[in-house]
Design a protein around this ligand. Structure first.
Ligand SMILES: O=P(O)(O)OC[C@H]1O[C@H](OP(=O)(O)OP(=O)(O)O)[C@H](O)[C@@H]1O
Ligand SMILES: O=c1cc[nH]c(=O)[nH]1
Ligand SMILES: [Mg+2]
Length: 205
């Protein structure tokens, strides 16, 4: 697990945790946080040298060898898409629909659109909350079953249970988070957490 630590990251996380933060402000803080997370998450992307002509001379620059595929887990992962897209030229977005059954806490997959012709690209799995880890493990199982090999998981708040579960089942996948919280409650919610990330973004409280 890679803990992304930066004063601004902590400021945005604090605003997201605050129950007084409005739906609109929540969205803005989440987007700003996603932009900050993109830097460490994408730090080792492969590039290729290209020539570029400035108004003054020719020089050498780079372009991405393979553009990352962003995979937001619906609904909550949608809030991380804009911040990542802002900084990745040519990013493709491939949605994965999944919700956690309230009784069993097991993930239920209801939509996918894997980009078959890009299976050798880096995949950035976006889901702000890593709680029991059930959803993340199912999403990773799915991406690998379709042929993805280079996958990074981006959360913003993680519980120790979820981090351990992903590490045990998918040790090759780096897990980035902005906060490692204390525990889960009896309903599988992260404590202190921020509540339900989907509801807080879309106002469905
Ligand atoms: O680690 P887990 O225990 O699987 O829990 C995490 C999942 O729960 C939330 O989704 P939710 O079911 O609330 O769906 P939503 O985004 O549509 O609200 C969250 O966005 C994760 O996908
Ligand atoms: O605390 C939690 C746990 C799962 N999903 C959320 O949105 N929040
Ligand atoms: Mg939810």
């Amino acid at each position: 697990m890679i803990l992304v630590d930066h004063p601004l990251v902590r400021v945005h996380i604090t605003a997201l945790r605050n129950k007084a933060t409005s739906v609109d402000a929540f969205r803005l803080h989440l987007t700003a946080l996603a932009r900050l997370m993109a830097f460490p998450v994408l730090g080792n992307l492969a590039t290729q040298e290209i020539e570029v002509t400035t108004p003054m001379a020719q020089t050498v620059g780079v372009r991405l060898l393979r553009e990352p595929i962003l995979v937001p887990v619906l609904r909550a992962g949608l809030g991380l898409v804009e911040g990542f897209r802002d900084v990745i030229p040519g990013a493709v977005v491939s949605h994965l629909g999944m919700y956690r059954d309230h009784e069993t806490l097991k993930p239920v997959r209801y939509y996918s659109n894997f980009p078959m012709e890009r299976q050798n690209h880096p995949f950035i799995l976006l889901d702000p909350m890593l709680a029991t880890g059930g959803s993340a493990v199912d999403a990773l199982d799915y991406l690998k079953s379709e042929g993805a090999q280079d996958i990074r998981l981006v959360s913003i708040i993680a519980a120790p249970e979820g981090v351990a579960r992903v590490a045990n089942t998918h040790p090759d996948v780096p897990v980035y988070t902005a906060a490692l919280d204390k525990r889960l409650d009896e309903h599988g919610y992260i404590i202190p957490g921020l509540g339900d990330a989907g509801d807080r973004q879309f106002g469905t409280l």
